[in-house]
Design a protein around this ligand. Structure first.
Ligand SMILES: Nc1ncnc2c1ncn2[C@@H]1O[C@H](COP(=O)(O)OP(=O)(O)OP(=O)(O)O)[C@@H](O)[C@H]1O
Ligand SMILES: Cc1ncsc1CCO
Ligand SMILES: [Mg+2]
Length: 268
């Protein structure tokens, strides 16, 4: 399958990110805050971790995009996230849902259902999470990690996109994107990325940044995967292990040349 010409140039989105430096609000987990904020800064965006019930919704009307990650929620944070998501939608701002470990507990399933009802622009998760949200059983994750490969969740992604109206991203060895009608994948990445906690959560934050500068949500999600995947490959090539991979990932996101990106990316 050949990719539409509008989708196969992630350099355009990277250049827009650097030129516009979008403000991205993140209601994310305690583990991910540092990596997600540094990922956004490295590509040229401005992160703000704003979750207090007194301000989360107000801030969502000002930020270029919102991301909500259900990794370490409590009931107060869920209420903040729901209010912020509704405010973002009312203000015409895109928002991303990351349903961390949604299959693990009833609390997480309830939280994800409440947030899905607030119409996310993009849902980004691993294969177990996307299969659970699509109502397919048999793939309960191992806590926050997936128990199956991403290829097993392609149909679930399409089904969830149709059900929810969101663009759905499933990450893994191949990263898949569906809006229910259109489909694309990104093959760039490195297996060692699974040894860095919150590497998916940081990608969710980057997806928010891309949505703030690219109006087509499928293109924005795919280009976030491309930018992140190419940077991850370059970072892994020089890494001695997960510690230096994490450091190199931020360096490579910062250094990534837009023309090199289009040459290195493997999209389909
Ligand atoms: N088997 C794999 N081979 C190569 N890259 C992978 C593999 N699995 C995941 N990745 C990459 O790792 C990153 C995180 O994806 P993953 O599916 O692990 O997210 P996640 O489970 O939500 O992570 P976390 O919860 O730790 O934030 C993505 O960039 C993805 O492409
Ligand atoms: C390890 C962990 N636990 C809750 S959220 C999180 C970060 C990866 O999803
Ligand atoms: Mg995750």
């Amino acid at each position: 399958m050949t990719l539409a010409a509008t989708l196969d140039r992630p350099s355009k989105t990277l250049r827009s990110l650097r030129a516009q430096g979008p403000l991205v609000q993140n209601i994310t987990n305690f583990v991910a805050m540092d990596l997600a904020a540094n990922t956004l800064l490295a590509v040229g965006a401005s992160p703000a971790m704003v979750h207090a019930p007194q301000e989360a919704a107000e801030f969502a009307t000002v930020a270029g995009a919102l991301t909500v990650n259900l990794g370490t929620m409590d009931s107060h944070w869920v209420a903040s996230a729901e209010a912020a998501a509704k405010a973002a939608v009312a203000a015409g701002r895109p928002w991303v849902l990351d349903p961390v470990a949604v299959g693990a507990t009833g609390f997480r399933r309830d939280n994800a259902a409440r947030l899905l009802a607030c119409k996310p622009t993009v849902v980004r998760g691993n294969a177990s999470e996307i299969m659970t949200l699509a109502g397919l059983s048999g793939a309960e994750g191992k806590g926050v990690d997936s128990s199956v490969g991403s290829d097993a969740a392609v149909e679930a992604a399409q089904r969830l996109a149709e059900q929810s109206g969101a663009v759905v991203v499933v990450t893994g060895a191949l990263d898949h994107v569906s809006d229910g009608t259109r489909y694309a994948f990104c093959a760039n990445s490195h297996e060692m990325m699974t040894r860095i906690t919150a590497s998916g959560c940081a990608l969710t934050a980057l997806t928010g940044a891309c949505l703030a500068v690219e109006p087509d949500p499928l293109a924005a999600a795919l280009h976030a995967l491309a930018i992140y995947g190419v940077a991850a490959e370059k970072a892994a090539a020089r890494a001695r292990g997960p510690g230096s991979l994490r450091m190199n990932l931020l360096d490579e996101l910062y250094r990534l040349d837009a023309d090199d990106l289009d040459l290195a990316v493997r999209l389909g």
